[in-house]
Design a protein around this ligand. Structure first.
Ligand code: NAG
Ligand code: NAG
Ligand code: NAG
Length: 585
């Protein structure tokens, strides 16, 4: 036995199959010879509680030597140890005789040390016949261990410098569930086709941040999660994903995939696939053969110019379709492309070149997110099919008031959030639905506010009108009248010369910075007793231009920002506001 154990020729000169037979034979012998194994816990003689110096041993079978700055493997670890923690130390090597003695180990945690492949005595693992959890992430391994025990369930070798995996590193492990190999230096040569042979229970495999140039073939059919992001993958070989019918999540983002690296069968057998991330690649079309159960499809940051209707038709369960930062232009999403996606919940299209909202939006769509496009027209019927829409983001487009139809928003009875910032609007939009909670209109060219356009927005809590050209005289009386729920109002960066009168009573946060306010009269905040934060920074205030009485009734006021005015302006907060600060900044 011991002769066999210590003979290095075994691993060097035998072919994998022979090696395997030999090893299996040796475990069998080990089991028979060592009656202590199956009875580890119930030894009648209590073991002495020898705990290595400075380590803690909360239980007879647990030795915790984590984070002690150890550079030498501790002595006197009890043979009864099942769980050994050595993470966060300075270990460079593990002695063969110490490690192989710990044959009862279930968990060996070595992560964050300095262990090199030379410092890890592969043969010692032959004695660890019960090992289930092996953590050696964040070390200096240059190759994987030649051999890990068949009892293994979880192996974490992430963040090393591994260039090569061997057939018995992860092969022939019927219990193995999770393998973490991300952040290494593996190319396809270092990951031979028999890597997972005989390990048909692996559900999670992480190979992200390596140097793979194609998707490794011969992956276990048991996989449920496969991480391949951040590689150099330009191709998925035909049939490489033909057996993975349990795969639910596939991460291929940040690779070099082109249309020709995929074919109609690449994904078509993945009948359980729910999440497919192909973002940050070089695709110019939506891949063919998308599986039926797909829920989330991430195609952002590619070069997609056109979405062909047939490519999406099978994926009828799609809920999230993410197409941001592509090259979608006019007619890239023709009518009939999206309509069949009856379950579609969220459509992300930001950073494309779209000139209109896509036609025939699916009926259950909840979020349409398309800022940074070139939308210049919003017609009466453009949003008519998307009646369930709760969030509409058209910020940073080219909408001018004359080209937004007065009825464009009218039927969106569920709309809660509307973002039209960064357009060319000169008036408030018409027909805003009363369901709105948040309305963003900053960075437009608004010159006036008319009460009838904000009428009925009784649920609106947040309104941003910053960076427009508003003057107090162009805010008509009654403008705020119906905004009973408004808590946050941003009027910063306008041309206001005093605090607008009759602000809504519910207001808690008022942004007036960067206007031309030179005077705050005693009645400025009479209508807003709930104010908590007031921003008056960068106006034209002098100490004498602020009426102290203006703040007397504001018992909730906690923040007043008056910095960057021509003169330092101090505001005395009402006495109840303990710990309040003024001025801020
Ligand atoms: C550790 O083991 C050595 C040799 O086996 C023994 O002499 C020593 O007393 C032990 N130390 C402790 C703290 O148990
Ligand atoms: C794969 O990695 C090994 C080890 O780093 C290297 O010797 C070999 O050239 C690489 N092969 C390819 C195709 O890049
Ligand atoms: C696909 O989804 C349906 C509905 O959620 C489910 O009944 C079915 O089992 C799924 N198919 C697979 C292969 O997971």
């Amino acid at each position: 036995m011991s002769e066999l154990k210590n003979s290095p020729w075994i691993t060097c000169f035998l072919r994998p199959q022979e090696l395997l037979l030999l090893l299996m034979l040796r475990w069998a012998i080990a089991y028979m010879e060592d009656p202590a194994f199956p009875h580890l816990g119930d030894s009648s003689q209590p073991l002495p509680r020898a705990c290595p110096w400075r380590c803690s041993c909360p239980r007879d079978d647990t030795v915790d030597c984590a984070g002690l700055g150890l550079s030498v493997f501790p002595d006197n670890i009890t043979k009864a140890a099942r769980h050994l923690s050595l993470q966060n130390n300075q270990l460079q090597e593990l002695p063969y005789n110490e490690l192989s003695r710990l044959s009862g180990l279930r968990t060996l945690d070595l992560h964050s040390n300095l262990i090199s492949s030379e410092g890890l005595p592969d043969e010692a693992f032959e004695s660890l016949t019960q090992l289930e959890h092996f953590y050696v992430a964040h070390n200096k391994l240059s190759v994987a261990p030649q051999f890990l025990p068949p009892s293994l369930r979880v192996a974490d070798l992430a963040a090393n410098e591994v260039v090569e995996i061997f057939p018995l590193t992860f092969g022939e492990k019927p219990e193995l569930r999770s393998v973490y190999l991300h952040d290494n230096r593996l190319n396809n040569t270092g990951l031979p086709p028999n890597t997972f042979l005989g390990s048909e229970a692996i559900t999670t495999l992480s190979l992200s941040s390596n140097q793979l140039s194609y998707l490794p073939p011969s992956l276990p059919s048991s996989l449920e999660r496969l991480h391949l992001q951040n590689n150099l993958i330009s191709k998925v070989p035909r049939g490489a994903l033909s057996l993975q019918t349990r795969l639910r999540e596939l991460y291929l983002q940040h690779n070099q995939l082109t249309d020709s690296g995929l074919d109609a069968t690449t994904f078509s057998k993945l009948s359980s696939l729910e999440y497919l991330d192909l973002s940050h690649n070089q695709l110019t079309t939506v891949p063919e053969g998308l599986p039926e159960n797909l829920t989330i499809l991430h195609l952002g940051r590619n070069c997609i110019r056109q979405v062909e209707a047939v490519r999406l038709h099978r994926a009828r369960g799609l809920r999230y379709l993410l197409l941001q930062h592509n090259e979608l232009g006019t007619s890239a999403l023709p009518a009939g492309t999206l309509r069949p996606l009856r379950a579609l919940h969220t459509l992300h299209l930001y950073g494309n070149r779209l000139e209109r909202v896509p036609p025939a939006l699916p009926r259950h769509l909840k979020a349409l997110v398309m800022p940074h496009n070139r939308v210049a027209v919003l017609g009466e019927r453009d949003l008519v099919s998307a009646r369930a829409l709760a969030e509409l983001n058209l910020a940073y487009n080219r909408l001018a008031s004359e080209r937004v139809h007065p009825g464009a928003f009218r039927r969106l009875r569920a709309l809660r959030s509307l973002d039209l910032a960064g357009n060319q609007l000169s008036r408030l939009p018409e027909g805003l639905p009363p369901s709105l909670r948040s309305l963003k209109l900053q960075r437009n060219q608004l010159r006036a506010l008319e009460p009838e356009l904000l009428a009925g927005l009784k649920k609106l809590r947040e309104l941003s009108l910053a960076h427009n050209r508003l003057r107090v005289g162009d805010i008509e009386p009654g403008t705020w009248h119906e905004l009973q729920a408004l808590q946050v109002l941003d009027l910063s960066h306008n041309e206001l010369s005093f605090v607008p009168p009759d602000l809504p009573e519910a207001l808690e946060e008022l942004h007036l910075q960067a206007n031309r306010i030179s005077h705050v009269g005693p009645e400025a905040f009479l209508s807003t007793p709930h104010l908590r934060a007031l921003f008056l920074r960068a106006n034209r205030l002098h100490m004498t231009s602020i009426a102290a009485e203006a703040f007397l009734g504001l018992v909730h006021l906690r923040v007043v920002d008056t910095a960057e005015n021509p003169e330092q302006v101090l505001v005395q907060l009402p006495p109840k506001n303990k710990g309040a600060l003024s001025p801020k900044g």
